[in-house]
Design a protein around this ligand. Structure first.
Ligand code: BES
Ligand code: MN
Ligand code: ZN
Length: 493
């Protein structure tokens, strides 16, 4: 998809379709009003006849409007004046783009920054629109023998009547950069585990490094053994697929500036291991590398935007399989930190690979460390598919992430790490157990991780409920790339 900004009156655009808006009190938004004047009241007549109501959720495609150069005018209902919220705006733009994507439209102009979203400025509206375009036109048909019929939509322009501010241009560009990062995360998530292996993720990291001049290093199992990553290696010992530890560095700020370290859980398939999962919906465990995908997606977005920040991405990646050599319940392993772990359930493997990555992160003397993981089914029970679970040992970091998520409409909700919960992961045989029973399963998983994150400001995002959608629209969401990228954007401002 090509993205651009087009300046000028909407009625004069050579376009397959221009998208304009109307409020429910019948008021045409500026570009719709401009089209109305040019067409000698064509739209007003439709308003008078009740064909155009402006109700949120409505959409009317008009063809060959008189004295309008564009072949089509799509009028979107924007709801009651003063009541257009973030969610409705996103849905409205998304619905418009979906309608465009289905038809014969090649080039569309969106006059959507004039939609009066409450509490959000034009810059926000432009960035969100770019993301909605990327989101609504995303397709994953790489695994089909014949791709679905090619889409005609090639170019989407942000339409503005006057010369746009530098801020607006930058926001639109950042929105497209973020869209590219989100799409990468979606692709990696949607790929099946027989394609998206740890080796594949390492190749992707290498390609990203090449394209954006990042520093990359891929450690193999020998390197991990040398580093004494006993916990990570325990998880991978049941599979034939080689594990990788990926280190990616983006240096956009001056040398010496402390980096933000992002750690992504990269279990390319989670069978549960010897504590085998039931077979229903087990296919969805190909998404258990979504944390890793979000780290690669965020680095792509950040690099494309050339943000002045330093970011390190760490990805421990392997499969969790049963096998003759697999870890067994009751086994005790020694993590890179020196802490011993009693593995009571081999299905609680995410924390076992993340803990060694957390210890590895110490060497960067990081500004902050954020791990992202499809960690617990319990988080889905707690927060559903709406909010990502956020845990942190630092108030300011927690607030920054919550705010970034709220603004990017990729929301998180804070959960506790109180001492009381640590009681549940005590072990009679080792320093800590890897599970804490059924109650508060997402919290005890985070408590486990916190024991390896004492040397820096740390946050943990449990994305088990938000990284992908199940059911008929099954697919990766690319979350929390928007939250993370927005956090880094705000940090660099
Ligand atoms: N990857 C899963 C978590 C998960 C399950 C995410 C379902 C999304 C949907 C994780 O490795 C896991 O298996 N966790 C266990 C932990 C339990 C054994 C303490 C879980 O949530 O059941
Ligand atoms: Mn598991
Ligand atoms: Zn898992």
């Amino acid at each position: 998809m090509d993205f651009s900004i087009k300046v000028g009156a909407p009625e004069n655009q050579k376009s397959s379709c221009i998208v304009v808006g109307q409020l429910e009190d019948k008021k045409l938004l500026p570009s719709a009003a401009s089209v109305d004047r040019a067409s000698k009241g064509y739209l007003s007549k439709l308003v008078a006849s009740g064909d155009l109501t402006g109700r949120a959720g409505t959409m009317t495609m008009l063809h060959h409007v008189p004295w309008v150069t564009a072949e089509r005018v799509l009028v979107m209902g924007a709801g009651k004046s003063g009541e257009l919220g973030e969610k409705t705006y996103r849905e409205t733009v998304s619905r418009a783009v979906r309608a465009l994507g289905d038809g014969a439209i090649v080039h569309a102009h969106l006059y959507v920054t004039e939609f009066p979203v409450t509490h959000k400025d034009e810059a926000w509206r432009a960035a969100q629109a770019a993301q909605m375009v990327a989101d609504a036109t995303y397709r994953f048909d790489r695994m089909k023998s014949k791709p679905a019929s090619a889409r005609k939509l090639r170019e989407v322009s942000l339409g503005v009547s006057a010369r746009p501010s530098a801020m607006l241009v930058r926001s639109w560009e950042r929105g497209t950069g973020l869209g590219a990062g989100v799409s990468l995360a979606k692709d990696l998530g949607n790929l099946p585990s027989n394609v998206c292996t740890p080796t594949y993720l390492a190749d992707q990291a290498q390609q990203l490094a090449k394209a954006y001049k990042l520093k990359v290093q891929v450690l193999d199992e020998k390197d991990m053994a040398r580093l004494k990553m006993g916990s990570f290696l325990a998880v991978t010992q049941g599979t034939r697929e080689p594990a990788k530890f990926i280190v990616l560095e983006y240096n956009g700020a001056k040398a010496g500036a402390k980096p933000v370290v992002l750690i992504g859980k990269g279990i390319t398939f989670d069978t549960g291991g010897i504590s085998l999962k039931p077979s229903g919906e087990m296919d969805e465990m190909k998404y258990d590398m979504s944390g890793a995908g979000s780290v690669l997606g965020t680095l792509k977005a950040v690099a494309q935007m050339r943000l002045p920040v330093n970011v390190v991405g760490l990805i421990p990646t392997c499969e969790n399989m049963p096998g003759g050599n697999a870890i067994k319940p009751g086994d005790v392993v020694t993590s890179m930190s020196g802490q011993t772990i009693e593995i009571l359930n081999t299905d609680a493997e995410g924390r076992l690979i993340l803990c060694d990555a957390l210890t590895y992160a110490e060497r960067y003397q990081p500004e902050a460390v954020i791990d992202i993981a499809t960690l617990t089914g319990a988080c889905v029970v707690a927060l559903g598919n709406v909010a990502t679970g956020l845990y942190s040992n630092d108030e300011a970091l927690a607030k920054d992430l919550l705010d970034a998520g709220m603004d990017a409409w990729d929301r998180a909700w804070r959960m506790p790490l109180w001492d009381d919960y640590h009681e549940q992961i005590k072990s009679p045989f080792a320093d800590v157990a890897n599970v804490g029973g059924r109650p508060a399963g997402s919290v005890t998983a985070a408590c486990f991780l916190s024991r390896f994150a004492k040397k820096f400001k740390w946050a943990h995002l449990d994305i088990a409920g938000t990284a992908w959608r199940s059911g008929k629209d099954k697919g990766s969401t690319g979350r929390p790339v928007p939250l993370l990228t927005n956090y880094l954007m705000r940090k660099s401002a």
